[in-house]
Design a protein around this ligand. Structure first.
Ligand code: C2E
Ligand code: MG
Ligand code: MG
Length: 733
């Protein structure tokens, strides 16, 4: 799985769960804040207002008492106010009393938030639920208050209750009720509620008179029952909400878990054949091999391909083909043991991770599996190809050896000293690298090795298995080296142009040449194109190479031309990969023009395989190349499949007969007939002919007889460096 996909999967999975949790969390915080603000505001408002009102009333009566001490009228008014009070002198002795004295000695100084004054208050001995505390707050005994309420309203059919008895303080500075885990509930019907009157909560408030005595009046904080019930309702509502929230959260979390599973399945499911997909294989495969890499387990990563998928789809239908793939998946899965996995990798390829002890037994197991797969559809013969990459100690050793080689670079060759210290250091380093490699195993790379092994099987092989071995590993390593060094090699002009002359077999005169690349590597010596061109074709570097070759050939030709050599056309190979560029003809023309080389000295060779690509684009490019004065030839004619059809449409100048005509089974009587007819055909289409790979005198004689125009082969000359080729050219005198 690509890192991008992995990141996408993780972000969707994370967001789906985290999003739900964050939203519900914020929602709860919001509700709690609203509740706290509203209830504390309400309580503060109620208490402060009522307290302030009562304080004003008591101080007014105190003033009236002070000013009208001796007036009978005033006393009557005070009596009519029904306010109990006592007056204490400076020695705390009661000097006057009105009503019942239920003022206790429990005293405190309290200060309200919005009030400037401090208030001296005393507890009422009868109704003890509101009382002053030393710390400037008022204590409120909820349980006693509830008891009082029940006494008062028992007859009305209203019942109040507390879950447990606790003392609660009312902080008059903040207006908050400091309650801990209290649950207040009531039951009553609406009609009964209407019968409830205000409840008076008594507390004695002291105010100093001018003569130093104190007027202590009984304040009655009147609590409106509707307000009280509203508070109770809020408390009950919040509790109910919390219960509801817990239930909803349980659902959300449950839903997220299910959702997560669903997302996971969507990411890991192959929709077409209802199997695990490649991403799943990478994630779980990596987990298994990284865990198992510390133990002595040997794993085999297998790429199994159903070769007949396309044909089966053609004969039946795509959906039948997919059903068959699904059956194959089920059959493979049935063959798996614990901690082994299988997934649908690409079209008709399955990726497997198997355990093994012995390579021969593993091969037997895979043969059995392929036989079972072959029997899935009666009366059908299928072909399966299997590539295997073994994950064993040899694999790790080679990994560390390769990294060691790389890290030491060119030193490896030169430092053949027997210095045991250095050897030991290298061994330690190799061990470290091997350990690291185990931890950082990536099943994708190992699967690629299995694919490389599978790709090396010929199409004609029946039920077949190929293990990714040292040879393939070396190839892979070589691939990496070439890939790594290609740009440096290009910039340092390590690529050399070799010329292979083409001769007229009748006159033995030089009629042309083909430019062929060689890599003169400081490390690896002279490397043939067969070892680099296929790599460049795969990694896209071939277009650079083609430009490089055209440029160098054009420069050489220009120099030889200027020096007075009798120049002959030199053909340059252009890869089929290059033909997707619509301005290829112009690119080639410009490179040659920059070198100042006459156009008739350059020929462009296309391989036969290029003719299977976009035909119209190819014809267009050939026409434009010809319009600029270049010759165009078809290389390796006869090496691939039906080329005759392409000959019909392509306005080519030269036909190069593939070397295969003159080798092995094709050679001989039947082969000669084909060559003869091919040359005749070319002539009728007004094309010149070149026979490639000619090594024998008899072949030359035959080609003379068949009227072949040119021969390019070892019989005349092998590809050679430019200075040697230069000697084969004659100077114009
Ligand atoms: P090709 O274009 O068909 O080149 C002919 C190949 O046949 C050359 O191999 C040449 O050395 C070889 N050959 C010629 N006569 C004989 C003979 O009598 N006997 C034998 N055994 N071989 C003969 P070479 O140089 O190894 O090149 C192999 C292929 O690599 C070329 O086949 C061409 O497809 C590709 N190639 C080489 N240079 C370039 C290049 O600069 N660009 C591209 N795109 N491909 C190149
Ligand atoms: Mg060629
Ligand atoms: Mg050829």
């Amino acid at each position: 799985m690509s890192n991008k996909n992995k990141r996408l999967y993780n972000s969707i999975r994370f967001n789906s769960v985290l999003g739900n949790i964050i939203i519900s969390f914020l929602f709860v915080i919001f509700i709690i804040v609203v509740f706290v603000v509203a209830s504390s505001f309400f309580v503060q408002y109620a208490i402060e207002n009522k307290f302030a009102e009562e304080y004003d009333r008591i101080t007014t009566i105190a003033k009236m008492y002070e000013e009208g001490k001796d007036s009978k009228d005033i006393k009557r008014i005070i009596d009519a106010s029904n306010t109990s009070f006592i007056v204490k002198d400076s020695k705390d002795k009661v000097i006057y009393q009105n009503g019942e004295n239920t003022c206790s000695d429990e005293r405190a100084v309290v200060k309200l938030e919005n009030a400037e004054n401090e208030f001296v208050v005393y507890k009422d001995t009868k109704a003890g639920y509101l009382y002053p505390k030393e710390d400037g707050t008022l204590g409120f005994k909820t349980n006693e208050f509830i008891k009082k309420l029940n006494e008062l309203y028992n007859d009305e059919g209203i019942h109040f209750s507390l879950s447990h008895e606790e003392e609660h303080s009312l902080n008059l500075n903040t207006g908050e009720m400091e309650e801990e885990g209290v649950v207040v509930s009531y039951n009553a019907n609406e009609g009964a509620m209407d019968a409830i009157e205000d409840i008076k909560i008594p507390i004695w408030v002291s105010t100093e008179l001018e003569d130093g005595s104190h007027f202590i009046g009984k304040a009655l904080l009147s609590v409106n029952m509707r307000d009280l019930l509203l508070i109770l309702k809020i408390i009950i509502g919040v509790l109910g909400f919390l219960v509801l929230y817990i239930i909803v959260m349980a659902f959300v979390i449950g839903f997220s878990a299910v959702n997560r599973q669903r997302i996971k399945w969507l990411f890991y499911k192959d929709m077409v054949i209802d199997a695990y997909n490649w991403m799943w294989f990478v994630v779980y495969g990596n987990k298994i091999i990284r865990k198992g890499a510390n133990s002595k387990n040997n794993y085999a990563v297998v790429s199994l391909e159903f070769k007949n998928y396309r044909n089966y789809c053609l004969c039946h239908s795509i959906s039948d083909g997919d059903k068959l793939l699904s059956k194959i998946n089920v059959e493979i899965t049935n063959h798996l043991m614990s901690k082994e996995i299988c997934a649908h990798a690409t079209t008709s390829n399955f990726a497997l991770l198997l355990k093994y002890d012995d390579v021969d037994k593993l091969k037997e197991r895979l043969q059995d599996l392929m036989k079972a797969l072959n029997d899935i559809v009666p009366n059908h013969e299928f072909t399966f190809h299997t590539g295997v990459a073994l994950l064993n100690s040899i694999y790790f050793d080679t990994l560390s050896k390769n990294s060691n080689l790389n890290s030491n670079g060119s030193k490896t060759n030169s430092s053949k000293s027997n210095d045991s210290k250095i050897d030991k250091e290298r061994q330690n380093q190799a061990a470290k690298v091997s350990k690291l490699a185990r931890k950082n195993l990536n099943i994708e790379n190992i699967y690629n090795n299995a694919c490389a092994a599978k790709a090396s099987l010929a199409d004609t092989d029946g039920l077949n298995i190929r293990i990714f071995d040292q040879k393939l590993m070396d190839e892979q390593h070589w691939n990496d080296i070439v890939h790594e060094k290609q740009w440096d090699a290009l910039e340092q002009e390590q690529f050399q142009v070799y010329y292979q002359p083409k001769y007229d077999p009748k006159t033995n005169e030089l009629r042309g040449a083909e430019a062929l690349i060689r890599w003169l590597s400081p490390e690896f010596g002279l490397v043939s194109p067969g070892r680099i061109i296929p790599i460049f074709e795969k990694n896209g570097f071939i277009t650079e190479i083609d430009h490089y070759m055209i440029e160098h050939v054009a420069k050489d030709q220009k120099r030889w031309y200027d020096q007075g050599y009798k120049c002959v056309p030199v053909s340059v190979n252009v890869s089929r990969a290059h033909f997707i560029e619509s301005d290829l003809a112009e690119q080639i023309r410009d490179i040659i023009d920059r070198a100042g080389c006459p156009h008739d000295l350059i020929e462009i060779e296309l391989t036969e395989s290029a003719f299977f690509d976009d035909k119209n684009a190819l014809v267009e490019t050939i026409k434009r190349l010809k319009s600029y004065g270049f010759s165009v030839s078809m290389d390796d004619f006869g090496a691939g499949y039906s080329s005759l059809n392409s000959l019909k449409d392509m306005p080519l100048d030269v036909l190069k007969l593939d070397a295969d005509f003159f080798r092995g089974e094709n050679a001989g009587k039947r082969g000669d007939i084909v060559v003869e007819e091919a040359i005749k055909l070319a002539k009728r289409l007004e094309m010149r002919t070149v026979a490639e790979g000619v090594e024998e005198k008899e072949q030359v004689d035959l080609l003379v007889k068949l009227d072949c125009d040119m021969i390019q082969g070892y019989y005349y000359a092998k590809p050679m460096p430019k200075n040697e080729y230069e000697q084969r050219m004659t100077l114009n005198k």
